[in-house]
Write a protein that binds this ligand. Structure first.
Ligand code: NAD
Length: 379
């Protein structure tokens, strides 16, 4: 069976779903690999590198493929080029892309969504949300260090001592912990805060100081955060204000699964920061942790410049692609049986990832939304 690697065509997407190092692994497993020309260019990988690794580089890769892999979901035009029964593996936020789900159902495509890999230990090597959050956290620290017109690390020189930068990180999940670790490696003094109990120890293990506000933890299902009440949000903002006012750089990474990002920092709080301080809001494109942040833009609030993240992992396309590709190859290996590509739909990981298969929508939340939409159009 042929696995095709699609050239990404969404603006701002520089990643690629497969890197040359992993081509031999797929070939050894019995697959042929075809890559669309220029697919790796954004990630600084040439067509020649894919060819040298054993892949075929051809514009027609999609039409003869049994499986197409990409980072972003294929657009309807390209879905139309696939043969019925073909499968796709990519990020695919199905509940926000209902029209495309219906097209996939009608075309009898099997669609697997990378963001639906369940967060269980067996699936850790396939967890692209985590691998991409890791890249985003690293990038957030580098952006903060690059924009701050101060040293991150302490320097003791004959001409005097340069003090280290003070950094505050809000939200200590995968991205936040990586931001803390990276800022620490650059020598900054880092304080971190998260609403989950386990986070304090994790912050300390990265070399940060855990901020204790004395508020009750907000733990939800599966080790994730719960949404805050407005009263709790207000208290948290009040208690965090002095920490933020004293920070040279603030990095925010807080999210609640399936919801808009919580507003953790108001514009009034940012206004208390010193002239020249930097704010990096990684959650800017999911609603924003910082009031006034703009996804993909930099705005001035008081004396601080506020950088809003948009497609941040794609800003480090080399490592982001490498990690994503490894996640995808691990998914493919899970779905490979003795006779080649044969997803076992009774497997928890396969079942969770499956959006459409054999002319049906298999993802329950998406199915409910489509049923509502189709009912409404019949009325
Ligand atoms: P996420 O992207 O959903 O959120 C980022 C962080 O923001 C979380 O730590 C969350 O607690 C925090 N947050 C939410 N609301 C907040 C608020 N009001 N104030 C401050 N912080 C707030 O989280 P994530 O990075 O995906 O990780 C969440 C948890 O899941 C972690 O415990 C992580 O270790 C775990 N995890 C497990 C697996 C696995 O088992 N395969 C994989 C990845 C992550």
């Amino acid at each position: 069976m042929l696995i095709a690697v699609a050239r990404e065509n969404q603006t701002g997407e520089a990643r690629v779903a497969l890197v040359p190092e992993l081509v031999p692994k797929l070939i050894t497993a019995g697959y042929e690999v075809a890559v669309q020309p220029g697919a790796g260019r954004g990630a600084m990988i040439s067509d020649e590198e894919y060819t040298a690794a054993g892949a075929l580089v051809t514009e027609d890769a999609l039409s003869s493929a049994g499986l197409v892999i990409s980072v972003q979901p294929l657009d309807p035009d390209r879905l139309g080029q696939l043969t019925a029964g073909a499968a796709t593996v990519s990020f695919f936020p199905a509940t926000q892309r209902l029209t495309e789900v219906v097209i996939r159902r009608e075309l009898q495509l099997t669609s697997f969504a990378m963001e639906s890999v369940p967060r269980i230990s067996r699936a850790q090597t396939m967890d692209a949300l985590s691998s991409q959050a890791l890249v985003a956290g690293y990038r957030a620290a580098i952006v903060a260090a690059g924009r701050l017109r101060k040293f991150f690390g302490l320097s003791m020189t004959a001409a005097g001592t340069v003090p280290p930068a003070q950094v505050v990180v809000l939200g200590a999940g995968v991205a936040g912990l990586q931001a803390i670790a990276t800022c620490r490696r650059l020598g900054a003094v880092v304080k971190g805060y998260d609403v989950r109990t386990a986070a304090a120890e994790e912050i300390r293990s990265m070399g940060g100081v855990a901020i204790e506000l004395g508020l009750p933890p907000l733990e939800g299902a599966g080790g994730y955060a719960r949404e805050m009440t407005e009263e709790r949000a207000l208290q948290q903002r009040e208690l965090l204000t002095p920490y933020i006012a004293a920070a040279d750089a603030l990095i925010t990474t807080a999210a609640v699964p399936g919801r808009q990002a919580p507003l953790l920092v108001t514009a009034a709080m940012v206004e208390q920061m010193q002239l020249g301080s930097v704010v990096v809001d990684l959650a800017a494109d999911s609603g924003g942790n910082v009031e006034g942040s703009v996804p993909g833009g930099v705005v001035q609030i008081g004396g601080a410049q506020v950088w809003g993240g948009a497609g941040v992992p794609s800003q480090m396309p080399g490592p982001a692609s490498r990690l994503y590709a490894q996640n995808v190859v691990n998914v493919i290996m899970l779905m490979t049986g003795e006779r080649g590509f044969a997803p076992d739909f009774s497997d928890e990981i396969v079942a969770s990832m499956c959006i459409t298969h054999a002319g049906e929508v298999r993802h329950q939340p998406t199915l409910t939304l489509i049923a509502q939409l189709e009912d409404a159009s019949h009325e």
